[in-house]
Design a protein around this ligand. Sequence first.
Ligand SMILES: Cc1cc2nc3c(=O)[nH]c(=O)nc-3n(C[C@H](O)[C@H](O)[C@H](O)COP(=O)(O)O)c2cc1C
Length: 191
Amino acid sequence: MTKFKLGLIVGSNRRDSINRALAQALEKLGADKFNASIIRIDDLPLYNQDLEAALPEPVVRFKSHITDVDALLFVTPEHSRSIPAVLKSAIDWGARPWGQNSWTGKLAAVTGTSPGAIGTAVAQQHLRSVLGDMGVLVMGGEAYITFQPELVDANNNITDESVRKFLKALLDQLAALTAKLTGQIAPRAAA
Ligand SMILES: Cc1cc2nc3c(=O)[nH]c(=O)nc-3n(C[C@H](O)[C@H](O)[C@H](O)COP(=O)(O)O)c2cc1C
């Protein structure tokens, strides 16, 4: 059965990003229902309206990748109690040029991890607000993940069973919503 196309957007351009590690684990965890791919933001130029006249190639690729997927999953750090600048800049590119908003009507879920006790809660709230304004249908619920060393192992497995079950439920809920919105039948888990 056809799987849904999921685009993972990691709100970090750091080489050893813990959020990219979590995103890669989510890609594996959701493989029964999604064909997931990471929608790169780390090679996008900082948003500049002057560049809209001739969109840089990475921006064109970014916008077309958003258009291509059935659902989005944001996995973001928190910077200074908000969204990292690199993610906000990418969201601005997705929304522009005027009349070419790539976000409109897309379904998205949000999660993220940080070593802090509230695990990106504030950044996720800000992100929900921005995405809602962009016309994204943001799935409800809360998924604030406090990062622990070895949370994700070298094979992209989430080692903590309760975190793994929690995030699997989030992916299953996103798949069910994707099915409703696209009118497709949700892929069944392998027996
Ligand atoms: C500029 C900056 C601001 C940060 N602000 C916060 C914050 O507000 N809340 C938080 O939990 N962690 C904060 N951190 C720590 C990040 O959670 C930590 O660096 C984490 O590894 C970032 O995720 P990444 O590895 O995916 O880039 C901040 C880090 C940086 C570099």
